[in-house]
Ligand binder design. Structure first.
Ligand code: SF4
Length: 291
C-alpha cells in the first residue's frame, strides 16, 4: 500500500497554506493589472506568491491567457487565442523594473497556432528585460515549440540565464495528462539548450498516478538530457474538469526524491509539496552557481 494520503480525502495539512495578503502584494498586483499583464502567480492563485514577490521573483505569462492545448491538469482555458500583444515585451520589462525584481521568469501558454510558436516574442521579452534590468537574472519557462529546433534556437540566441521546460509528468501518463505533448520531444528541447551551454531546468508534478520507479526513470532521463536544475511539487486539481489527484505524496517522500536527484547529479533541486516551476527560482540558480 503506497503511503501518502489518498485523494478524495481532504487535502492533507501539509498542503494548506495561507497567502500573506500584505500591502506589498496588493501593490504588486495593482502594477500588474495597470500594465495589463498576466502572471502565473496570480493566474494560478499560487500560494507562494507573497513569498516570491518579497524575495524579488515573479513569473510573467506572455502570449495571452488562453492556450492551444488542453492538458488535463491545467487551469488555463483552451482555444479562442488572440494575436500576441506587440507591446507586451516592453510592458513586462517595465513591470519587472517597477517591482525591482532580481530574478524574472517569463513563461507562456502553448501557441501551436503561431508559425514560430511565439519564439520571437520570447526573445524580444528577454531582451527588453535585459535592457531595463541589466542586473537581473532572466529565466524562460518555455513550451516545446512543437519540437522545432530553429524556434528553440531563437530563444537560446537571446541568452536567458536559465532555460526551463517542464516535462510535467512521467512518460506513461502523457497520453491521458498531456495528450498534445511528447515526452521524447520535450527531452530533445532540453538537450538542445544544455548542448548550447545553457543551464537547463525542468520540473514535474507527482500525485497523478506515477510510481516511484517511474519518477526515478524520469529524473534519470532529465539528467541524461543535460538538466542540472530540477523542481518537483504536488499536483493540485484546479477545477472539477481537471484530472483528479491520485495521491498526496508525503513531505518525507519529497525529501527522498531530493536525495535521489542529487545523487543522480542534479546541481540544484527544489522538491516539496508546494514547490512550483519557478518557486524560489533565484535560489536554485544561486545554488547551481555556488557549486
Ligand atoms: S500547454 Fe501549458 S498552458 Fe497549455 S494547457 Fe498545457 S500546461 Fe496548460
Amino acid at each position: 500500500m503506497k503511503s501518502g494520503s489518498r485523494a478524495g480525502s481532504r487535502m492533507p495539512r501539509w498542503m494548506l497554506r495561507s497567502v500573506e495578503c500584505g500591502p506589498e502584494l496588493r501593490q504588486v498586483e495593482g502594477l500588474l493589472e495597470r500594465e495589463g499583464l498576466n502572471t502565473v502567480c496570480v493566474g494560478a492563485k499560487c500560494p507562494n506568491r507573497g513569498e516570491c514577490y518579497s524575495a524579488g521573483t515573479a513569473t510573467f505569462m506572455i502570449l495571452g491567457a488562453r492556450c492551444t492545448r488542453d492538458c488535463a491538469f491545467c487551469a488555463v482555458p483552451t482555444g479562442g487565442v488572440e494575436p500576441p500583444e506587440p507591446g507586451e515585451p516592453e510592458a513586462v520589462a517595465r513591470a519587472a523594473s517597477g517591482m525591482g525584481l532580481k530574478h524574472v521568469v517569463v513563461t507562456s501558454v502553448t501557441r501551436d497556432d503561431l508559425p514560430d510558436g511565439g519564439a520571437e516574442h520570447f526573445a524580444r521579452t528577454v531582451r527588453a528585460v535585459r535592457a531595463r534590468l541589466p542586473g537581473a537574472m532572466v529565466e524562460v519557462l518555455v513550451p516545446d515549440f512543437a519540437g522545432r529546433a530553429a524556434d528553440v534556437e531563437v530563444v537560446l540566441a537571446a541568452r536567458p540565464d536559465v532555460f526551463n521546460h517542464n516535462v510535467e509528468t512521467v512518460e506513461r501518463l502523457y497520453e491521458t495528462v498531456s495528450p498534445q505533448a511528447d515526452y521524447a520531444r520535450s527531452l530533445a528541447v532540453l538537450e538542445q539548450a544544455a548542448a548550447a551551454g545553457m543551464p537547463a531546468k525542468s520540473g514535474f508534478m507527482v500525485g497523478l498516478g506515477e510510481t516511484s520507479l517511474e519518477v526515478e526513470e524520469l529524473m534519470r532521463d532529465l539528467h541524461g538530457a543535460g538538466c542540472s536544475l530540477l523542481t518537483v511539487g504536488q499536483y493540485l486539481r484546479p477545477a472539477e474538469r481537471n484530472v483528479p489527484v491520485e495521491r498526496y505524496w508525503e513531505p518525507s517522500e519529497f525529501g527522498q526524491l531530493e536525495v535521489k536527484a542529487r545523487a543522480l547529479g542534479f546541481e540544484a533541486v527544489a522538491a516539496a509539496p508546494l514547490v512550483r516551476s519557478s518557486y524560489f527560482a533565484h535560489k536554485l540558480l544561486e545554488e547551481r552557481e555556488a557549486r
